[in-house]
Design a protein around this ligand. Structure first.
Ligand SMILES: [Mg+2]
Ligand SMILES: [Zn+2]
Length: 182
């Protein structure tokens, strides 16, 4: 895969938008974190394919419909696109913990799906998350985990001091595009 077609895997809640204990259940509750739009613009300008890898058990719990989730993602994509960025794909687990699926992070299923769709080399592909389960999913899929301190990140950074940590997505993107991550 050429350098220009690098793939970056991104968790959604706590990385792109403010995490909410009761889930993002409507487009009004979708509040992007500071610096995210510019970070997404810079990734797109550099030819990076950004894929969102997200657990949304709110669907499996019946709190919102699949259609509402899609509406929320259309809005997220629109906001990013309006700023000159692009979210190329969403890989979703809508199951509950007790469903014991193979795609709910920390399981690697969503990343495996993304890998099969895009053919990237996991060994050189980063997954940015704010929770330990993002790190565990990345590791199980053979990808490279990174943590941001937004969302649940402060706690996760303490849990996983071995994982590269960044203030927020913008700081990660600085390092990623600056080729500081090897
Ligand atoms: Mg998260
Ligand atoms: Zn699942």
């Amino acid at each position: 895969m050429p350098e220009s077609a690098r793939v970056l895997l991104l968790d959604r809640d706590g990385v792109l938008n403010h995490d909410r204990p009761d889930y993002v259940q409507s487009i009004d509750q979708l509040q992007l974190l500071p610096g995210v739009l510019d970070a997404m613009r810079r990734l797109h300008a550099a030819g990076v394919i950004a894929l969102v890898i997200t657990n949304q058990a709110c669907v499996g719990k019946g709190l919102i419909s699949r259609e509402t989730l899609e509406t929320i993602h259309e809005r997220l994509s629109m906001e990013v696109a309006a700023a000159g960025g692009r979210i190329t794909g969403y890989f979703l687990c809508t199951h509950r913990n007790e469903d014991r699926c193979d795609c709910r992070k920390p399981a690697p299923g969503l990343i495996v799906q993304a890998q099969q769709a895009w053919g990237f080399d996991p060994a050189v592909t980063w997954m940015v998350g704010d929770a330990e389960r993002d790190v565990l999913a990345a590791e199980a899929a053979g990808c490279r985990p990174a943590l941001v301190r937004t969302g649940k990140g402060e706690k996760s950074v303490r849990q996983r001091p071995d994982v590269p940590a960044f203030a927020d997505l913008a700081a990660f993107v600085d390092a990623f595009l600056g080729q500081e991550l090897t």
